[in-house]
Design a protein around this ligand. Structure first.
Ligand SMILES: [Mg+2]
Length: 260
């Protein structure tokens, strides 16, 4: 059977990997054959440096011709990288960088809202770590910093209630920006209209594809979650809770098309 979908797109944290960890061997083993039949995209609020650790590293035994079908969208898809087989390097195709005054306003409102709610927990940070990070085309709040252990992150806000309280204040005082809850402790902030939905829409345009061509996998597809914008963009989506769920769904899809 010919695959009906041309592009498989994946959120990373809790969809392809545990938060901030490399993708699992099982997932890597499923993604590599996908590169022969589909365009494959990973999209996340993380920076490109983090994509190197979580996605590119575990796929290093993939051939250059396969990697040409892998599309990396850091910072919610406000940046786009693809692989050049001739130079064997990842090339930045575009980056919609935030203006300095907007970055400054976002830093201020996130800190203010976190302090107001009592969730500004600087005392929990590791040395040299920070709660708010400028990722150039987005600003990200991480409740217990970037370097906290996976266990510390998972324990911080498992039901998203802390982040929902912070975002409520941010939306009231700085409604110009878009606040998306993702990962275990993150609030990804961009200018309105820049989110995973629009990031994937831009990728479809780059690839000359239609909305019907994409199938997206994500764990935060509920309203307020950082995958919700993909649902709002009316793209077919499979909601997962873990990389194991994703592997299960992928096996089903690949089996259906006789790829596995
Ligand atoms: Mg996620």
């Amino acid at each position: 059977m010919e695959p009906k979908k041309k592009l498989l797109a994946f959120d990373i944290d809790r969809t392809l990997s545990p938060p901030k960890q490399p993708i699992t061997e099982d997932i890597a083993g499923l993604l590599i054959p996908c590169l022969d039949y589909f365009e494959v995209c990973a999209i996340s609020g993380q920076r490109f440096e983090q994509f190197k650790i979580q996605v590119i590293g575990p796929l290093q035994n993939t051939s250059p011709s396969q990697l040409r079908h892998l599309h990396l969208l850091p910072a919610q898809g406000t940046q786009y990288y693809r692989y050049s087989a001739s130079t064997q390097k990842w090339i930045q195709m575009y980056s919609h960088t935030l203006a300095d005054d907007k970055v400054a306003r976002i830093f201020k409102i996130l800190e203010y809202a976190a302090r107001e709610t009592g969730y500004w927990e600087e005392d929990k940070l590791a040395d040299g770590d920070c709660i708010i990070e400028n990722r150039l085309s987005q600003v990200t709040f991480s409740g217990v910093g970037q370097k906290a252990t996976a266990a510390a992150k998972s324990a911080w806000d498992p039901d998203c209630k802390k982040r929902e309280a912070i975002v409520e204040i941010c939306r009231e005082l700085e409604p110009e920006f878009n606040y998306a809850i993702g990962g275990a402790t993150s609030i990804d902030t961009t200018v309105s209209g820049m989110n995973k939905g629009s990031g994937l829409q831009n990728l479809l345009f780059e690839l000359g594809m239609e909305k019907e061509d994409i199938l997206f996998f994500g764990d935060m597809t509920q309203p307020g979650g950082n995958d919700y914008s993909v649902i709002q963009a009316d793209m077919d989506t499979i909601t997962v809770r873990s990389p194991e769920d994703t592997a299960y769904a992928l096996r089903g899809i690949l089996g259906l098309y006789g790829i596995l």
